[in-house]
Design a protein around this ligand. Structure first.
Ligand code: G6P
Length: 611
């Protein structure tokens, strides 16, 4: 989603800003822009619709030089993706603003500002902030003071940065509902919505908290909290390896990340397994005490993370006997929820910054949950900071918009949760925990075997390249896996894909099945297999072409219109993790055949920080 970069230095900062934008490209955007205070003391900008590369071309044609500037990648919310709507937004050529988030009262403010004589050149909510800040500066000439007064009038979510021609020695920023981080340099400082944007210039960061206002100068950083009191925010040194920086031998980040799964699953297990048990303390020192009180679990998440939650429901109820509900965060947050006593609130999120998931957690805190657990891939995220307990997935930075390794590591984390709750409550069947711990240790090898089916799946992808619709079927815990498979396919290949629990086939979707509607099925060797085989017959009888990912022992064979891909044998409980792999590969290869933008599919964002 939208990205912010800002810089103040003694050197020309345009290239730093643009490099920062390039590093944020993975988040998804549709236009980009940069504004720099030039030597003559006026603020100049270049904006372009499309990729950052277009902006680079514009800058090559008409360079911008300066030591203070802000830049932005925009993901359109208010107003189409046009150059006029791209950030930075100006007010009278004196103030420039970039903004992530949504200002809900922008219409009222726009009317008031028009009455004051301000002329609007875009349809965005952001331009309102630029004019409001400009107007406020008339009474409060200090930029930080003016920003403090300005944000008091904004309703909604924002991470924003501003510069003024009248105070060329500073950049100001405000955070409320949309993350911002300051990058600390030597005699120069930076700002971004994600530290990844600044890794080329610093490894020292200071995270703004909700309600913070910051004034960033070359030699100093001053921060005020939501109450207006000066505060110190801890600075952290970032030591992550350079693994996310390039695609290595792969053509796309998505493929690289698919292939990282054995390693990152291994990493997510590390230090969390005893000889025959899961180490409950992996969830934090108070986990055992809290888990002992848990009678129900409420899971809340969005997108792929929601699918992980749906799998977990089968595990928590089926293995640990703990009642579990799962809901998408955007529904949960606006619904009147009845909370059963002793319910643990579990949020799942790769980024830990998804607006709806965060809002659901915040609402949840008012609703009397027993406590909150975040299953998250980013240790410094808002979700982690605001939850009682955390289990970090160790997927490493995920760059492809379509989530892959984050999902499988979430599943591993959720299996650890299931076994921990079952262990604390003594509700697991005899021997199950020891068996699953042993199988979890073997899981990275199994995932490697599934990845080795790569070329088989590449061939099967050809069946889909010319199709417009697909159906994914699964039963039990494989139903959410089918949902995730369908989501992957639609996200990156733009083929309409729907998932159904196989038993629902007759209740509607069968009407759609014909030779142009391939059906993908995940069929591990479990007690539902026989029922699934009947569902497959129903599809074949209507001329539907079948692709079946089935256990090598499932006794399903190829036939006309039926393509069976034999999967390595795995214990049923872990099958959802393994069967995810071929579905990821399938969507990847279909997208490559169709020539779509695999890593940055149209209209989508990696981290959805607005509602
Ligand atoms: C976006 C991403 C998805 C992701 C979802 C939830 O839609 O494109 O890949 O699953 O957000 O994100 P989260 O970071 O909360 O897991």
């Amino acid at each position: 989603m939208c990205g912010i970069v800002g810089a103040i230095a003694e050197r020309n900062i345009t290239a730093i800003l643009v490099e920062g934008l390039k590093r944020l490209e993975y988040r998804g955007y549709d236009s980009a822009g940069v504004a720099v205070l030039d030597e003559a003391g006026s603020v100049q900008r270049r904006r372009r619709v499309g990729k950052v590369a277009e902006l680079q071309t514009a800058l090559a044609d008409e360079p911008l030089l300066g030591k203070l500037g802000i830049a932005h990648t925009r993901w359109a919310t208010h107003g189409a993706p046009t150059e006029q709507n791209a950030h930075p937004h100006f007010s009278t050529g004196e103030v420039a603003v970039v903004h992530n988030g949504i200002i809900e009262n922008h219409e009222v403010l726009r009317t008031q500002l028009k009455e004051l004589g301000y002329v609007f050149t875009s349809q965005t909510d952001t331009e309102v902030i630029a004019h409001l800040l400009h107007h406020t500066l008339k009474a409060l000439p200090d930029l930080a003071d003016a920003l403090k007064a300005t944000v008091k009038q904004l309703h909604g979510a924002y991470g924003l940065a501003a510069i003024s021609v009248h105070q060329p020695d500073r950049l100001v920023a405000a955070r409320s509902g949309s993350p911002l981080v300051i990058g600390l340099g030597m005699g120069e400082n930076f700002l971004a919505s994600d530290q990844l944007a600044l890794r080329q210039v610093t490894d020292r960061f200071m995270y703004l908290e909700e309600g913070d206002i910051a004034e960033i100068r070359r030699e100093s950083v001053q921060i005020w909290d939501a109450a207006g009191a000066p505060v110190e925010r801890e600075s952290v040194q970032y030591h992550e390896g350079a693994e996310a920086a390039d695609k290595g031998e792969y053509r796309h980040f998505m493929m690289k990340e698919i292939h990282e799964q054995p390693t990152v699953v291994q990493r997510t297990l590390e230090g969390r397994l005893g000889q025959n048990q899961v180490l409950v303390q992996a969830f934090g020192p108070q986990a055992a005490e809290l888990f002992a009180k848990v009678r129900n679990v409420q899971i809340v998440a969005c997108g792929t993370s929601y699918h992980a939650g749906m799998v977990a429901r089968y595990w928590l109820e089926g293995l640990a006997g703990i009642p579990c509900q799962v809901e998408v965060a955007s529904e949960f947050r606006y619904r009147k929820v009845v909370v059963q006593p002793n319910t643990l609130f579990v949020s799942i999120s790769q980024s830990g910054e998804t607006a709806d998931t965060l809002a659901a957690l915040r609402n949840g805190k008012q609703l009397g949950f027993l406590g909150s657990l975040a299953i998250c891939n980013v240790g410094i995220s808002s979700l982690v900071r605001e939850s009682d307990l955390t289990l970090l997935t160790q997927a490493g930075p995920e760059i492809g918009v379509a989530s892959t390794k984050a999902f499988t590591t979430q599943l591993v984390a959720l299996m650890l949760l299931t076994l921990s709750l079952g262990q604390v409550h003594g509700s697991l069947e005899e021997g199950v925990e020891a068996q699953l711990v042993a199988e979890l240790r073997r899981l990275p090898t199994r995932l490697g075997e599934a990845l080795a089916m790569d070329t088989t799946i590449e061939r099967i992808a050809e069946l889909f390249a010319e199709k417009h619709h697909t159906l994914f079927l699964g039963r039990g815990a494989q139903f959410p896996v089918a949902m995730e498979g369908a989501l992957k396919l639609k996200e990156i290949s733009y083929i309409h894909a729907e998932a159904y629990p196989a038993g629902e086939l007759k209740h509607g979707p069968l009407a759609l099945v014909d030779k142009d509607m391939p059906v993908v099925t995940v069929a591990p060797n479990n007690e539902l297999l026989e029922k699934l085989k009947s569902n497959l017959q129903e599809v074949r009888a209507r001329g539907g072409e079948l692709v079946v990912f089935a256990d090598e022992q499932a006794q399903l064979s190829n036939g006309p219109g039926t393509h069976v891909v034999a999967m390595p044998h795995i214990i049923d409980a872990l099958a959802p993790i393994l069967y995810t792999i071929p579905l990821q590969l399938l969507s990847y290869y279909v997208a490559v055949l169709k020539g779509t933008d695999v890593d940055q599919p149209r209209n989508l964002a990696k981290s959805v920080t607005v509602e």
